[in-house]
Design a binder for this molecule. Sequence first.
Ligand code: HEC
Length: 395
Amino acid sequence: MTALLFDWASLLVRWAHVMFGIMWIGTSFYFIWLDASLRKRKDDPDIAGESWQVHGGGFYLAEKYVVAPEKLPAELHWFKYEAYFTWITGFLLLAIIYYWGAETFLIGSASQDMSAEMAVGVSLVSLAVGWIVYDLVCRSPLGNNTTTLAVCVFLMIVVASYFFTHIFSGRAAFLHVGVFIGTIMTANVFFIIIPNQKETVAALLAGKIPDAQFGIQAKQRSLHNNYLTLPVVFMMISNHYPITYGHPSSWLIAVGVVVAGGLLRHFINQHDANELDWKGKVALPASALAVVALIVVSASRLGTGYSEPVEFAEARQIMNKHCISCHSATPTQEGFEDAPAGVMFDTPRDVRKYAAQINAQVVLTDTMPLGNLTEMTKEERDKLGAWVAQGAEIN
Ligand code: HEC
């Protein structure tokens, strides 16, 4: 029963998280596009530009004010709940999967003696520290130069990736890199962008000229959020791909993703604004090159180093020892009521059916057995890999 409720909780919250994420990223991409699509109008100096659009059979005219209208309309929509709810549902999902199931999912082989409470504590503190350090760096003199600041923020993410991949399980580590960046992005909206917009509006209402500093700071943080969106989305979906997080140097892959995503964003930004310079043009192939580098690094682990023939009987014996306690119609492992992910190895046909996944989870990476609870050896992994490579025969 608990397993059933757990699955439902995780599914429903994930559903909500993806929907809020679509709304946040969707509105954010839309406004970037809108800004880029504005065309000057000669008749009204208060209007920075206008954009004509057609969608769903209707014609729309959006106008952007240079500063703000003289009188604020009674109804003014603030885009902020998309960001807040994306973070809240994401945090809930983190808690349901990785905090509730800390022993299984959060703690990795590198930190097996850590208690569940300790691991959850490390996760929470690291997220808070990440935001505090980021915010201090942005406010420091380093924040005055966009490039210097970008390098600092990037280095912070490198350190965070190294830290997470050396303290949590591979999957949890990748997710934490995403949550770490996502938390900074949401905090940017909550603590900086929205309050600064409110200050600007208040000044306008009071008939004063708003302090330009508010706008400059909000713009800087918006720009960071813009560049960080694509890498975060990658981190969140990479959870299904042990080829990324299962690599022994997975922190390098995480860093590569940030580079590739940032470069791609740079190209898209310049392209949308019709301002492609040589750097923007180079960014696209550079991003593709970074992805190729990622594939090469992830493949550097291929090859099992075992070439003797491996009979099914031997492969099955290894699986019975290391997998069947969880992956069975009737698991014996404490806390498991059903076969996890519906994957079971009770019959030879079941085993054969999952040969490719077994290879991905056990041979190319050491994602399974979870946390290497059963202490599977390298030789056993290689033998299983050889059995798959030799055709995964079951007789
Ligand atoms: C301690 C329990 C446990 C053991 C032992 C275990 N697994 Fe798993 N396995 C899980 C859980 C939990 C999941 C679901 C993970 C998820 O939600 O993505 C899973 C998922 C899988 C998947 C599906 C992954 C996917 O995303 O499609 C495969 C394949 C797999 N395990 C293979 C193995 C093999 C092979 C072994 C033995 C070498 C093994 N597992 C040992 C708990 C276990």
